[in-house]
Write a protein that binds this ligand. Structure first.
Ligand SMILES: [Fe+2]
Length: 299
C-alpha cells in the first residue's frame, strides 16, 4: 500500500509504527519542530483525543470530500475503513433471540454470562458514545450498570480473549470488534478454527439504530513539514486500490463504496445495517461515556 503510493507519486514515505498512545505522546512532545506529517490510527475516540490535543489541522481536499461519506469524516480527520462492534455468543448456552441488541446484554436473564474488555478501552468508550447519542446519558448509565451486574468475570484481556472465553464456555456472550472474529475465521491454526466453530454471531440493533461501527482513520499533523504530500497520501488512501489494501489487510470494510474487497470471512458474516451516527459525534461523546462507565463500576 505504501510502496504503491511512492510508485505513483515519487514521494518517499518515512513510516514509524508504534503503539497508538505512544505515537500520540511522541507527536505531542516533539511539538512545533516535530517531523510527523500524518497520524494513522484506529478508533474514533482516539482520533478525537488527538484532535482535542491540537495535533491536527484541517485536511481540505476536494478528492476526500467527494470520496469519503460525510458521516465518516470530521474537518480534522478522515476514516478509511470501518469495523463493527458485534455480539458473539455460545450457541450451546444462549439462544440467538436473547442477544439481538446491546441493550439485551444488560437484561437480568443474562446474569453471569457477559464477558467484555475494560470499560476504559476506546472501543467500549466509542460504543458508549454512540449509546449516549441514541439513548441519552441516564439510560446509558442504567445499561452499563445492568451489563456490569451480568459479568461472568472482571474485565480482562482484549476482544480475542473474550471470544475464546465464549468458545470455552466461561462466558455465554461477549462483545467484540468484527476483525478479531474474521482473523480467527481466516486463521491457518486448527485451534483458532475450533474456537469459531461453536460461536453464534449477532449484528446488534438491526431493528433500531443499527450496529455500532468504528473506524481506522488519519489526520494531518498541525506542524507537518510536508503538508501537501500528506494530503496527497490521504487522497491516495481513498483510491479504490488503496482502499482494498487498507480494509482487507485488517479485515475491515472500505469506506469508499466503489472499492472492491474480497474477504471470505467478512463475506460469510453477511451484510448488516450500521449506525448512521457521524463518527465525530460518537467520538465527542466518548469522554462522557468514560464518566458514565466509571459511575456504573465498569472498570
Ligand atoms: Fe483492535
Amino acid at each position: 500500500m505504501y510502496a504503491n503510493f511512492t510508485k505513483h507519486t515519487g514521494i518517499k514515505i518515512n513510516r514509524l509504527d508504534g503503539k497508538e498512545d505512544e505515537l500520540l505522546e511522541r507527536i505531542k512532545n516533539e511539538g512545533a519542530n516535530g517531523p510527523a506529517d500524518l497520524l494513522i490510527t484506529v478508533d474514533a475516540s482516539r482520533l478525537e483525543v488527538a484532535d482535542k490535543a491540537g495535533l491536527f489541522q484541517p485536511w481540505q481536499s476536494k478528492v476526500l470530500e467527494a470520496r469519503i461519506p460525510a458521516a465518516l469524516r470530521t474537518p480534522n480527520w478522515v476514516a478509511f475503513s470501518t469495523r463493527a462492534r458485534l455480539i458473539v455468543y455460545n450457541k450451546a448456552a444462549i439462544k440467538a433471540d436473547m442477544v439481538q441488541t446491546y441493550e439485551d446484554l444488560a437484561l437480568p436473564r443474562l446474569k453471569g454470562q457477559v464477558c467484555v474488555r475494560s470499560g476504559s478501552h476506546p472501543y467500549n468508550l466509542s460504543l458508549g458514545g454512540a449509546m449516549i447519542a441514541h439513548l441519552g446519558e441516564a439510560r446509558t448509565e442504567e445499561w452499563a450498570k445492568g451489563l456490569v451486574a451480568n459479568f461472568a468475570r472482571s474485565p480482562k484481556g482484549g476482544d480475542t480473549d473474550q471470544i475464546k472465553a465464549v468458545a470455552s464456555g466461561e462466558c455465554g456472550v461477549a462483545i467484540s470488534n468484527s476483525y478479531y472474529l474474521a482473523r480467527l475465521m481466516r486463521s491457518s491454526k486448527p485451534e483458532d478454527l475450533l474456537v469459531v466453530k461453536d460461536l453464534g454471531v449477532a449484528w446488534p440493533n438491526q431493528k433500531s439504530w443499527g450496529t455500532h461501527i468504528n473506524v481506522s482513520g488519519a489526520g494531518v499533523i498541525k506542524t507537518a513539514p510536508n503538508r501537501d504530500a500528506a494530503i496527497r497520501f490521504l487522497e491516495y488512501l481513498s483510491s479504490d486500490e488503496a482502499q482494498a489494501y487498507f480494509a482487507d489487510g485488517n479485515n475491515e470494510w472500505p469506506v469508499v463504496s466503489s472499492a472492491k474487497v474480497k474477504n471470505p470471512a467478512l463475506d460469510s458474516l453477511g451484510s448488516f445495517k450500521s449506525d448512521a451516527l457521524p463518527v465525530g459525534q460518537l467520538a465527542a461523546n466518548a469522554v462522557l461515556a468514560q464518566k458514565v462507565f466509571d459511575r456504573a463500576g465498569w472498570r
